[in-house]
Each structure stands twice: as C-alpha cells, then as structure tokens.
Design a protein around this ligand. Structure first.
Ligand SMILES: C[S@@+](CC[C@H](N)C(=O)[O-])C[C@H]1O[C@@H](n2cnc3c(N)ncnc32)[C@H](O)[C@@H]1O
Length: 478
C-alpha cells in the first residue's frame, strides 16, 4: 500500500530522538532485518543515496522517512518518522507503548515473518562470522504462545513528574517508559508487580537514582511457576533493609494467591546488572517450585531461587530440551551438561544416561540443582560449582570420555578453554544450545579447529515479538 502522498502518510514515531539527531529527514527502502531487530535498508535520493541505514520499527518492503540519530563513515542509524509505503508482513501493534519500549521490538512484524527472519539471522551469522555455508539450518520452531509467555518480569522503578512509575527501558537508554502491563509477561506476573508498586508508593520509599547512586528502590521482579501457580516477589533495593519490611511482606502475601516467597535483594553497586548477590527472605521461602515439561519430554519438579537461571518461556523450553536431548543420542552412557543452571537439562538427561554431570558457576543454582535431584528422586547425577573454563578439563579427565556433551552458555558464549576441553574429550556428539547466533558462530570456529563440524542447526523461537533466537546445534567429529 503506497503512502507517498502526505495525506496518506502514517506517523510512526511521535518525535525524533534528541540525542545527536539531525532535523533533516531522509528516505530509505528497507530490505532486511538485522540481529538487533532493526530494519536494514539503503538511503533513497540526496547526497547519501545508496548508503546503508538501520531503522527500528520497520519491515522489509517498507519505504520510510527517517531522521539520523547516528552517522558513521559507511552507514547511518535512523529513527522512523513516517511510513511512506508499507511492506508485506506488517502487523498491528497491540501494546500502547510498543514504539517507545525496548521490550518487544518486533511487535510490528507478523509472526510468520518473525520466524522467517530469525532463521535468516542464524544463517547470516554462521556465514558472516564462521563462513559456514553448507550446514542444514532448519525452519525456526514456532513458540506455542507468542504473548504472555515470560515467567520472569523485571521492571526498573523511576520518579517521573513527581510520580513513582515502573516500566521498561526505552531502547538504548535508561529512560523508563511507564507500563501498566506488558504483552509478553505471563498472566500470573502482572499483579505481583502492580502490588509491589502500590506498596512502594504508599510506603513512600525513596527511588534509586542511578546518576547520584542515592535512593532505595531500584527494580521489582516477579517470578512465576506456570506449572504450579507459585509466585515470588523480589524488591531490589540499594540497601540491606526496608522501613516496615515485615508489613510490606505480609501485605503482599495476604493480597496475592500463590505468592510463596517475598525476597529483598540488595544491590548497592553502580551497575546495570539488576540483581545483587545478597538476598533476605522477608516472608515464605527462598524459592518457588515449578512442575516443568510436557508429554514428549516428561515432567519434573524444579525449585528456583532468585539468582538462579530458569528459561522464561516454559512450554517452548520443554521442546528445546527435547531437541537437544534427542540430538545427544544418549543410550545409557556418560553425559556432561555444561552451564547447567538449576539442573533442568542434566536431570532430563540423567533419565537417558548412566551418569549426568552438571557444571555451573552460580552457587544458588547448584544448590537448587542438587535439591531438584532429590525432589525428583534422581541419583545418577553430580553437580559441580565453578567456572566451566576452570573446572571442566579436570572433570572430563576424571570421568572419562563422555557419550555426549551438552553446553548451554550465556549470551557471551563459551570461553575457549571450555570449548577446547570439551572437544579434546572426543565425545561422539557435542550439542550446543545457544541464545546468541553471533557468539555461537564464533565458538563453532573453535570447535571446528578442534575437529568438529555442525551437522544441523535448529532455531527455536523462545522469545516471540523480539529479534532474539535460540539454536540447538548438533556437532560431530570430522
Ligand atoms: C543460558 S543459562 C542455561 C542454564 C540451563 N541449561 C537451563 O536451561 O536452565 C547459562 C547458565 O550458565 C551459567 N554460567 C555463566 N557463565 C558460566 C561459567 N563461566 N561457568 C559455568 N557456568 C556459567 C549461568 O549462571 C547460567 O545458569
């Protein structure tokens, strides 16, 4: 649909960004999407004709008018001002703050197109970074739920025009966009956040200001267990106690069904990291318990503490784990689960193995993992606390050649020492679960140099409405 005439123009953003913006407007045709979720295109007309440009909030096929927010020698970054032509695959945004909030930057893209581009982003990263062209990259597995899937919600708190608000950061800033509800959060999470916010307001707690380092309340976090309905409320504060904290905890417990844990998390560091390392239980338990899995994977119970990692999209995580475990082809041997969190993959793997070894650096997660083994009556597992790159080599030497190594590192990928140790233990299968195609591609270079090649890549959509994509990669020896 052409929107060339000014009458037909669709105003896409309220105003250009102030920081470094130029008032003059440019035009571009968008032809693709990049791993940050931005539309990628070329400038139309003027002295910059043909220059590459990245514009958020666009889809391939759009012709847009944009203002420049960043200019480099070979490309510029633009802020969408108006849509002149709409590309196919544009979807209506349902969230009132979709344009401002950095939470779900692909809400304007139809779900089939999101899946298509997630696959393309994986193919492009493997090709550009690792020069892998000949590996089968499968279609991206759609998520059963495309909204309401996040079982963990963390919102920053701020004061705006004298009012305490909570919401999400505007892209590339720490400016809070107030939001009463988010399309992505699990239905059990919202009232935990809104009740905590009510308490913060009525108790007149001071709000943390990251410029001065003063003020008490930094973030609010809700964590919910979709399988049991248990819920956890975490107040993240720049201090070790809150005035009237017992009353706060009682009030939350009384007002919220299924709330089994109220925790004060202390973070006094001048940092972007949300949670500090110190937690105090104000009421209830230190953890929630979930019943996780599906008919295909099976079901296990997991306890989850505030600092422990837990996949945010539970139904899709069950499918991810099933793909990873099937790829490992376990038949009663030894398996290593590196970066094991609370032992989710390890405990499912143990049901197909003689012995499953989990390695994880976060102490609380390791304690959860050991408790989870007991909770499910699984005895053929061992969990080791430590950085994989430090402890993996000696553990692999001690336990001998594994039948498979599954690794699921954080976004930054694995350290080279860990990858080399894994490859040198010569397992028939290495199964790499990754939430970042760029670091995955980098790490595949190391594994290739150590004699492993990727057989196939299965992209899995764990994060609908965002450009993030998870992958399972099966690697075998050359
Ligand atoms: C993406 S999570 C995967 C957890 C688990 N596989 C799951 O699905 O729940 C990555 C985990 O690696 C842990 N981790 C990060 N860096 C690590 C390191 N250098 N050594 C060991 N564990 C690490 C994190 O604490 C986190 O639990």
């Amino acid at each position: 649909m052409s929107k060339e005439s000014s009458k037909g123009r669709k105003e896409a953003m309220p105003s250009p960004s102030k920081a470094g913006s130029s008032r003059s407007l440019h035009r571009a045709r968008i032809t693709g999407l990049n791993h940050r979720g931005e539309g990628v295109g070329r400038v139309l007309g003027g002295p910059d004709e043909g220059m590459a440009v990245f514009v958020s909030g666009t889809v391939p096929g759009d012709v847009v008018e944009f203002s420049v927010i960043e200019r480099k020698k070979n490309y510029m970054r633009g802020q969408l001002v108006s849509l002149l032509e709409e590309g196919p695959g544009r979807a209506a945004e349902v969230c009132p703050v979709a344009h401002h909030c950095g939470g779900c930057s692909w809400q304007h893209i139809s779900y089939p197109l999101q899946l298509e581009w997630k696959k393309r982003i994986v193919v492009e990263a493997l090709s550009r970074i690792a020069h892998i062209e000949d590996c089968e990259v499968r279609d991206c597995l759609p998520s059963p739920d495309i909204t309401g899937y996040r079982n963990k919600v963390e919102v920053p708190v701020a004061v705006q025009r004298g009012r305490v608000v909570a919401g999400f950061y505007k892209p590339y800033t720490h400016e809070v966009v107030p939001s009463e509800e988010c399309q992505l959060e699990h239905p059990l999470a919202r009232d935990v956040i809104s009740r905590m916010l009510d308490e913060v307001r009525s108790r007149k707690y001071t709000i943390y200001d990251e410029r001065t380092g003063r003020g008490l309340i930094r973030h609010l976090m809700a964590r919910v267990a979709p399988g049991t309905g248990e819920r956890m409320a975490v107040v993240v504060a720049n201090g070790y106690s809150l005035p009237g904290e017992a009353g706060l905890a009682s009030s939350l417990m009384e007002g919220l069904d299924g709330l089994v844990s109220v925790v004060l998390n202390t973070n006094t560091d001048r940092t972007n990291i949300i949670l500090g390392q110190k937690n105090k239980v104000l009421r209830g338990r230190y953890h929630i318990e979930d019943l996780f899995g599906d008919d295909e994977l099976g079901r296990l119970r997991f306890r989850i503490s505030p600092l422990s990692f837990y996949q945010v999209n539970s139904p899709q995580a069950a499918r991810l784990y099933k793909i990873a475990l099937d790829a490992a082809s376990l038949d009663g041997g030894l398996v290593f689960d590196v970066y094991s969190g609370i032992g989710t993959i390890t405990l499912f793997a143990a049901q197909r193995a003689a012995l499953a070894i989990g390695i994880e650096e976060v102490g609380d997660a390791v304690r959860d993992a050991r408790a989870n083994a007991r909770l499910n009556g699984i005895e053929n597992v061992r969990f080791y606390e430590g950085k994989a790159e430090r402890v993996l080599g000696s553990l692999l030497r001690r336990f001998g050649r594994p039948q498979a190594v599954i690794l699921d590192p954080p976004r930054g990928g694995a350290e080279e020492e860990a990858l080399v140790a894994i490859a040198r233990s010569r397992p028939p299968a290495i199964v790499y679960v990754s939430c970042n195609p760029s670091t995955l591609a980098r790490d595949l270079i190391t594994l290739r140099a150590e004699g492993y090649r990727p057989k196939w890549v299965q992209p899995v959509d764990m994060f609908p409405m965002t450009p993030h994509v998870e992958c399972v990669v099966l690697m075998s020896r050359l």
